[in-house]
Design a protein. Structure first.
Length: 184
């Protein structure tokens, strides 16, 4: 399903032709926005987007296109939070068999503040709601990313706050309610 916006953006499930543009959005985010670069231990899916999202039966990737260019991404993976680096209690609460994890919600800076992340996340939530094998939708975010935690709190609730005085990531874990009984 493609969603067209009044501002010339199209939000849709990714196709093979979209993968180079999606990969570019993700890698540029790692380097230019997060300042951490490509980390194989966390970002292997970005190298093989086709295998990770298009050919995997339970994973999905969505893109936003503007004037022929991919400018934003969102994905879900049938996987809970890996332990480690995340706490064991989260891995137990969100088992791979029944958990969808929201991944790679990235919008190029020059296309932000146009509702693209909201549209992409809504598409992912609707997909998870419609997939009976998923019981929960989980995500984590780095609270240092400007606006990220405020955005996520509009759609979900915090289940574990791992921020601390250490110099590493400032990770906050959230769950997005599926509300299947009240979903439109």
């Amino acid at each position: 399903m493609t969603t067209a916006t009044s501002t010339g953006y199209a939000v849709r499930p990714a196709a093979p032709a979209d993968l180079p543009g999606a990969r570019s959005v993700m890698l540029d985010t790692f380097y230019q926005v997060f300042g951490i670069g490509y980390l194989p231990e966390y970002h292997l899916d970005v190298i093989d987007l086709d295998g990770a999202y298009l050919r995997h039966p339970r994973n999905r990737l969505w893109v936003a296109e503007h004037e022929g260019a991919i400018v934003a991404t969102t994905a879900i993976r049938a996987q809970g939070p890996a332990h480690p680096p995340h706490p064991a209690e989260l891995a137990a609460r969100y088992p791979d068999a029944t958990t969808a994890q929201l991944f790679r919600v990235y919008v190029r800076p020059e296309h932000q503040r146009r509702g693209l992340a909201s549209l992409l996340v809504r598409a992912a939530i609707e997909h998870v709601r419609a997939t009976p094998s998923f019981d929960r939708l989980y995500l984590h975010t780095d609270a240092r990313t400007v606006g990220a935690l405020d955005f996520w709190r509009t759609v979900g609730h915090i289940v574990h706050d791992a921020r601390g005085p250490h110099a590493g990531f400032q990770t906050v874990h959230l769950e997005i309610p599926l509300d299947r009984e009240t979903a439109p």
